[in-house]
Write a protein of this length. Structure first.
Length: 443
């Protein structure tokens, strides 16, 4: 914390008492929530001026963007602004602003968590470093569980027993996957078909905003596999990275994750339900390094299972995608078994990110770990480590975010069994349109 320090909620409440204010007129002393929201948006936009890529999406007033671009405060001033707004919101909590209104209370708590992340990001920009777990706690409101090498070795031993052939395990799995590589000239047809199926299945349960749409671009030389650039007004640009061979299972994965009911729908729902319907302008800006990302990535990954539960994905791939790709389904059953074991190893990438970024593993050791426990080629492992180097603790959002989202939907919509799809989709929709963070999901 800087030398000025954070004005605490206790201090603000004391100020209220000194002024003779009651809970009902507390906002006469400190800013009302909508004003805090506007200051928050301008704060995030200003941090984005200091760190390109920090603002993932913005669809608020252009005047605010122009104002910030014309006169961007120094980064230490932005740290102080974040600290001040946190104290203001804590005072709102202490004086009962949201008394009896659950959604309003969630709004305030969500904003506090987002501001804690913004405050931490300003410090990181100024050169402050944190341990991996402390960084993710501050930026994403979550700390990922670990996984031991013994646990990973147990899963590898199981894979060794079920994957046919001789030689290194990653090469044997790669051989099984050869029949799933989509020819380059058929990638677009396969991906478009997958996207349409993801959209149709999502629309069966969710009311999509009128006029929503997306465009697709194919790119190379990026640290990510695909990216949704939300444009506002229910429009998205979805980019797919073709640095690595396009496996047929990526079509459904990316179609659901980046599109329906993933990032495209997530952002459109926030815009429609919270910005347009309620006027909560804080949701008009999306800071990448914030608790919002854990919810976004978690629901996007869960969206794959929501749209294609049980065997429906395998059946769709065999009936539609393989023919479009000009391929014959090969070792799909054994690859499904492999995928299930990989699920038990899902925290391996988070664990190597923790070790690497905490200085307990070299870059080469991180690559070798990834090759061994993700059973990937060296080039794919290098891409994975490059992602860790660039986005750091962001990697926790995919697996931990999904686990928290699954738990929420299981608790509120019932365990997946094919008989309660509507209830599960209602619970899923709540995640797409409610201000929640990891710690709030766990409460």
């Amino acid at each position: 914390m800087n030398s000025v320090g954070r004005l605490t909620a206790v201090a603000l409440v004391a100020l209220l008492g000194a002024c003779g204010q009651t809970d009902n007129d507390a906002t006469d002393v400190f800013p009302p929530l909508d004003q805090v929201a506007e200051r928050y948006v301008k704060l995030i936009l200003a941090i984005g001026e200091h760190e390109p890529g920090y603002v993932d999406a913005y669809y608020g007033p252009e005047a605010w963007l122009n104002e910030v671009a014309a006169s961007t405060p120094a980064i230490d001033a932005l740290e102080l602004e974040a600290s001040t707004l946190i104290a203001v919101l804590q005072a709102h909590q202490a004086t009962g602003t949201a008394s009896g209104d659950v959604l309003l209370a969630q709004r305030i708590q969500f904003l506090i968590k987002q501001l804690i992340a913004a405050e931490a990001r300003t410090r990181i920009i100024q050169g402050v470093s944190y341990s991996f777990d402390e960084e993710t706690r501050l930026l994403f409101d979550a700390v990922s569980p670990g996984i031991t090498e013994q646990e990973l070795e147990t899963s590898l031993a199981t894979l060794e027993a079920i994957v046919p052939g001789e030689g290194p395990l990653n090469e044997r799995i790669a051989n099984l996957r050869q029949g799933s590589i989509v020819p380059t000239d058929r990638v677009d047809a396969v991906f478009q078909a997958a996207m349409q199926a993801c959209r149709t299945r999502t629309a069966d349960y969710l009311a999509l905003p009128e006029g929503e749409a997306f465009t697709i671009e194919y790119v190379t030389d990026q640290p990510w596999s695909a990216y949704n650039w939300y444009q506002g007004k229910a429009m998205s640009l979805i980019q797919v990275n073709l640095d690595q061979p396009f496996m047929i299972e990526r079509a459904i994965d990316l179609g659901c994750h980046e599109g329906y009911p993933g990032h495209h729908v997530f952002n459109a729902q926030l815009e429609s339900e919270l910005v347009n319907a309620r006027g909560w302008m804080e949701f008009s800006v999306y800071p990448l390094y914030s608790p919002l990302s854990l919810l976004a990535e978690g629901t996007a990954n869960l969206g794959i299972q929501m749209a294609f539960p049980g065997d429906e994905r395998r059946d769709f791939e065999k009936a539609v995608l393989y023919p479009l790709a000009g391929l014959e389904p090969g070792a799909t059953e054994i690859l499904e078994q492999v995928a299930e074991i990989f699920r038990l190893m899902r925290y391996s990438n988070t664990e190597i990110a923790r070790r690497y970024l905490d200085g307990k593993a070299t870059r080469e050791e991180a690559i070798e770990w990834t090759m061994k426990y993700s059973l990937s080629s060296r080039s794919r492992a290098e891409q994975s480590v490059a992602f860790i180097e660039f986005y750091r603790g962001y990697v926790i959002n995919y697996v931990l975010g999904m686990d928290l989202a699954v738990d929420y939907v299981d608790r509120n919509g019932g365990i997946e069994n094919g008989e309660n799809a509507a209830e599960r989709w209602r619970a899923y929709e709540m995640l797409l349109s409610t201000p929640l963070t990891a710690s709030m999901l766990e409460d």
